[in-house]
Design a binder for this molecule. Sequence first.
Ligand code: ATP
Ligand code: MG
Length: 434
Amino acid sequence: MILRTHYSGDIHPELDGQEVTLAGWAHEIRDLGGICFLVLRDREGLAQVTMVAKRTEKPLLESVRQLSRESVIRVVGSVKAEPKAPRGYEIIPISLEVLGRADSPLPLDPTGKVDAELDTRLDSRFMDIRRPGSLAVFRIESAVLQSLRQTFYDHGFLEVITPKIVATATEGGTALFPISYFEREAFLNQSPQLYKQMLMSAGMDRVFEIGPIFRAEEHDTRRHLNEAISVDMEMSFADHNDVMDVLERAMVEAYRFVQENCKRDLDVLHLDLVVPKTPFRKVTYSEALDLAKEAGKPTMEWGDDIDTETERALGSIIGEHYFLTDWPSSIKPYYSQPYEDRPDVSKAFDLMHPSMELASGAQRVHDPEQLVSRIKDQGLDPDGFEFYLKAFRYGMPPHAGWGLGLGRVVTTMLGLENIRDAVIFPRDRRRLVP
Ligand code: ATP
Ligand code: MG
């Protein structure tokens, strides 16, 4: 049996006289002697429960007075239209039941009135998410996921789930987390790249996956975690420009969806969300280098990976979402397709927010011989990729795809300080608990 008839947010003054049952947390108790207010909080907001001492049964009043803050309660009462109450109504209680008592003192102030350090908040994340500002972020994240999935479905994609325990690295360079797997060593997957490509050979045509990726890098930045959620897609009979179109569409739709469906959460965060303008500007790697030089950041040579400082400089010059295209082949993974007429440049791109990279993608190499030689060029051993290469030898269509970091989308959309604010239980070098 569901223990409530309404969320606080479902109640309005027109329900005057109706009996309702609310369930949630004792957010605030204000006992003024003659009158006592209990504010009940549930996921959808707050409801004021009002008791005039003279008109309330003693045991009921006593149980409210003894209630500890943040205890879980269930209140049966009648709605009374009351213009002076928040949202124009109050609840006159008939009964109150304590379903879960809260100890005190509380590890955090759940009203959000007292600021706490990020680490303190993460240590008691369950309590932190009772704060309206934290909950709003994760409600918006849920909306972003819903919208991204919808965009994929609208474009005819199938949702897939690929293994997270794997035998080999996706690519060289990025550190892996080794795990013991019976009598062998295995790793946590750093990306679904090889699997989603194999599904192109399988004829699944358009697939997406939303799942964890693991990177054993020791970075300590505001945009990296050791476990991140990647929104990945791969699309057959399509090139890098086609998948950039889908990415642009997915981003813009996510902003629109949040704007339409998360008004209350955006209000809580004091945000006026602006949908990015389309089409996103396309800046080639070479143009980016020139722009950086003009901005007085002449430190990079053609062929260097774009460093954080240059990324920032570009972001402040361009000032909106943009695609960084036509990367040197040497710094993009072996599976990126070089241009036929200039093999030192690849059909690879990143989607950039002015403050950080959001996604990387490319048209892929689909010719098995070319793929083997690209693997060798990058100093890797093709033998380790046999299970993957096999899928290329028996009819692999041309294809392209990208991987987008969910945490970074939410961080940049909401202007958060740190990706840890956009991940419920973040994993970094120092944090494995909770
Ligand atoms: P960066 O250069 O910023 O470290 P990357 O180029 O190594 O990222 P990719 O391998 O291109 O990352 O992964 C695709 C996307 O997944 C990135 O654009 C980013 O949004 C997200 N991502 C990758 N690694 C992380 C991480 N450690 N923490 C959070 N998000 C990540
Ligand atoms: Mg990248």
